[in-house]
Design a protein around this ligand. Structure first.
Ligand SMILES: *Cc1c(COP(=O)(O)O)cnc(C)c1O
Length: 376
């Protein structure tokens, strides 16, 4: 490219200092290696239902020139019927990631702008470990991060324990809770989440990306508390990562605030069609979820027999401490056998591998590879 000579030496200097300093979100790899067993980003191993694929194909024609429905109206009405909520209690996003970012922008003052009375107006609060996007969203916004440790078994501290923690802030403008937790897979009961929500004065988002793999969810709290939002996604349980569709359920007044600041056409038309068709074929997905849970139980037992220590999971992945070699060494050894899992190098997670639950056949290949690596 022929760049014109100007007085600008370094184009990066044109960016805000906050953005120049920013450490972006670290994605799980999406390599294109033939025959690779991909168990690193919690994608669903089963394809979308045939009805969803048909609906998508039928929609690909000259109508692509038109803008989609700006509020995903038809999809929100269907979601409302599913959850027993009004369409006004729902906002759909370009993945739930987009909505998490909107929540930060809507509910949290940047630290530089000064806070609301009470002081927690600048604070994005979340547990560690949990979804590693949260601190990045806070940084992008220039908010104050308040990470609070989960218990050593990744349990949620009780309200009394939080009070003693000293770090915890009941006045945080926004608190993000991954439930069931990622990357540990641990589930929380609705009653412990309820106690937690009662103690908070700001907005609480219960990020239920994996709730369909658990035996309990906290949707009821979004219906009863005006400051609680439940986040869901079509990515994990409904095999639609590619289409980017997620949604929030909450009090209509709170949801209205988010509608004000979203992009006009934030959810692409094919995504809306795919998600709506998904809701018309839920039995197909329930059967897949059941298979994934069975495979999760099978794999956990197999790995236990080899000396892996795995946390009980309520999700479509497990967090496990491997025997003999370090977790980082296991990552490399499995990769050589064309099996990709996730390793987080952070101090609290460096001894573990996070393994997405694939098909039963993929789990069997993984178990066999692990046995080989251990010389069994
Ligand atoms: C995958 C995931 C999301 C993001 O879902 P999208 O709808 O694909 O953006 C949000 N939260 C958690 C905890 C996740 O694991």
């Amino acid at each position: 490219m022929a760049v014109l000579r100007t007085r600008i030496q370094n184009p990066q200097s044109l960016a805000r200092p906050l953005v120049r300093r920013l450490r972006p979100y670290a994605y799980g790899e999406q390599p294109k290696i033939a025959g690779l067993i991909k168990l690193n980003t919690n994608e669903n191993p089963y394809p979308p239902s045939p009805r969803v694929l048909r609906a998508l194909k039928a929609a690909v024609d000259g109508r692509l020139r038109l803008y989609p429905n700006p509020t995903a109206q038809a999809l929100r009405e269907k979601l409302g019927r599913l959850h027993g909520a009004a369409a006004a209690a729902i906002i759909v996003g370009n993945g739930s990631d987009e909505l998490l970012a909107l929540a930060v922008r809507a509910f949290v003052e940047p630290a530089t702008a000064g806070g609301r009375a009470g002081g927690g107006g600048n604070v994005v609060q979340y547990f560690t470990p949990s979804y590693s996007l949260y601190p990045v969203l806070a940084d992008i916004h220039g908010a104050t991060k308040n990470p609070v440790h989960l218990k050593p078994d990744f349990g949620l501290p009780a309200p009394g324990e939080l009070k003693r923690d000293g770090r915890w802030r009941s006045d945080a403008a926004l608190t993000l809770v991954t439930t069931p937790n990622a990357p540990s897979g641990r589930g929380y009961t609705t009653s412990e989440l309820e106690g937690f929500c009662r103690a908070q004065r700001g907005v609480v988002v219960l990020d239920e990306a994996y709730a369909n793999f658990a035996d309990e969810d906290a949707m009821r709290l979004a219906m009863t508390f005006p400051h609680v939002i439940v986040a869901r996604t079509f990515s994990k349980a409904f095999s639609l990562c590619f289409q980017r569709v997620g949604y929030f359920v909450g009090h209509p007044s709170l949801i209205a605030v988010l509608h004000k600041i979203r992009d006009s056409y934030n959810v692409n038309g094919l995504g809306q069609i795919a998600a709506a068709a998904t809701l018309a074929d839920l039995d197909y997905y329930r059967a897949n979820i059941k298979k994934i849970i069975q495979t999760r139980q099978w794999l956990t037992r197999e790995l236990a027999g080899m000396g892996f220590q795995t946390f009980p999971s309520r999700t479509n992945f497990i967090l496990t401490q491997p025997p003999r070699f370090t977790a980082e060494e296991w990552l490399g050894k499995l990769r050589k056998k064309k099996i990709l899992v996730r390793w987080f190098g952070s101090p609290e997670l460096k001894n573990y591998l996070r393994i997405t639950i694939g098909t039963a056949a993929e789990a069997a290949i993984l178990a066999k590879a692990a046995r080989k690596i251990l010389g069994q």
